[in-house]
Ligand binder design. Structure first.
Ligand code: ADP
Ligand code: MG
Length: 156
């Protein structure tokens, strides 16, 4: 678990994950509205060298940033009601594709998630600090978490 006391600190923590991402990696971001999930993706984008500004894909469902060291795909499933709507968004090809995929509200559709992924949950404490926790499912995500945690010199 890592506590971040500013939006910049959350972005900085996310930035340290970027160099370890590989094609096909999936990160599910959980946490309430306003917790900092999109801030986290902004940090990853900065770490990948994406210069475009990263905004919330709430209305677009998917925003793609192909210009970084690795293509970055950012889903926000908040507005989707059924997992059968996912097919039309390109969800399954994207998750299996050439880049790293970050999914806000992915936990709404557990049946649609791949076998392995990294779950990053962001909570808010009474002082407004963010508590960032990570949990790995599957061998590849465990490896990803291991190198990230080692780099960020913290348990995550
Ligand atoms: P989400 O995508 O989870 O709905 P956002 O990332 O869009 O949330 O928004 C998080 C909001 O919380 C931003 O307005 C940000 O400035 C604010 N904030 C305050 N403290 C933090 C922090 N430690 N980490 C991340 N965001 C923070
Ligand atoms: Mg968001």
């Amino acid at each position: 678990m890592r506590k971040t006391t500013s939006p910049e600190a959350t972005k900085q923590l996310a930035l340290t994950l970027a160099p370890y991402l590989r094609p096909g990696d999936v990160v599910v971001l959980s946490g309430d509205l306003g917790a900092g999930k999109t801030q986290f993706v902004q940090g990853v984008a900065a770490g990948l060298g994406v210069s475009a500004s990263v905004t919330s894909p709430t209305f677009n469902i998917l925003l793609s940033y192909p210009e970084g060291a690795l293509p970055l795909y950012h889903f926000d499933l908040y507005r989707l009601e059924h997992s059968d709507e996912l097919e039309d968004t390109g969800f399954y090809e994207t998750v299996d594709g050439d880049g790293a995929t970050f999914i806000e509200w992915g936990e709404k559709f557990p049946e649609a998630l791949p076998y392995g992924y990294l779950e990053v949950s962001i909570g808010v404490d009474v002082d407004g600090n963010r508590l960032v926790q990570a949990h790995a499912l599957g061998d590849r995500s465990r490896q990803l978490l291991f190198v990230w945690a080692k780099d960020s010199k913290s348990r995550l």
